[in-house]
Design a protein around this ligand. Structure first.
Ligand SMILES: CC(C)(COP(=O)(O)OP(=O)(O)OC[C@H]1O[C@@H](n2cnc3c(N)ncnc32)[C@H](O)[C@@H]1OP(=O)(O)O)[C@@H](O)C(=O)NCCC(=O)NCCS
Length: 172
């Protein structure tokens, strides 16, 4: 059983949209008030024997690579970690200074997962999810561990420059 990480293609879109809709209510993500349509985003898929078993969507702006979705359909087998490693390489190649993402106050599992992989808490947006519900009413009121979903938390991880960038910086 070999796990591969590949770029999401147009031909994957139906499956990917079905996964996103099942997990997050519909095919848009609203993060810090910005609306992202999944079909327009760059993404990675984790594949085992031709089946999509994980997805990650992202966008890059101002040398920051923001993860907009990350989901594993078979947890505890290394799929989420493999997607994260791949996006870190992509961000490094694109000369990004940091990786970032937003999660919600109820997602204690994701908060642990990211912090164990080098992310730190960078910002708290109290009440942001309550405001986002006006744009995306499908967000449930109560989330994991029976915790009311109210707030956004931003996590970040610094990206090390590539060896060639380090040489340029040193010789400049
Ligand atoms: C958060 C999430 C993406 C993690 O994905 P995952 O595929 O379970 O992640 P991994 O399997 O790589 O890692 C999970 C744990 O399994 C362990 N693991 C990995 N491979 C393993 C293996 N072959 N055997 C046993 N354990 C393994 C890892 O060590 C890890 O534990 P750790 O965090 O204590 O180190 C997943 O739980 C998920 O999709 N959650 C729902 C959506 C979500 O909340 N996304 C984040 C929104 S911001």
């Amino acid at each position: 059983m070999s796990l591969m990480i590949k770029i999401i293609r147009d031909s994957d879109l139906d499956t990917v949209l079905e996964i996103v809709t099942r997990l997050w209510g519909d095919a848009i993500m609203v993060v810090h008030g910005d609306v992202f349509h999944i079909a327009d985003l760059l993404g990675l898929k984790a594949v085992i024997e031709d089946q999509i078993v994980g997805i990650l969507h992202y966008h890059i702006r101002d040398r920051e690579c923001e993860i907009l979705t990350l989901a594993s359909l078979i947890e505890g087998q290394g799929i989420g970690s493999a997607l994260l490693r791949e996006i870190e390489t992509i961000a490094q190649t694109a000369s990004c200074e940091k990786l970032s993402l937003i999660t919600t106050n109820d997602n204690l599992h994701a908060l642990g997962f990211y912090q164990r992989r080098g992310f730190h808490l960078a910002a708290l947006y109290p009440g942001q999810v309550t405001r986002t519900r006006e744009i995306k009413p499908s967000i449930p009121l109560v989330g994991d561990h029976n915790i009311p979903i109210r707030d956004e938390l931003k996590l970040e991880k610094s990206i090390q420059p590539t060896i060639s960038e380090q040489i340029i910086e040193t010789s400049a």
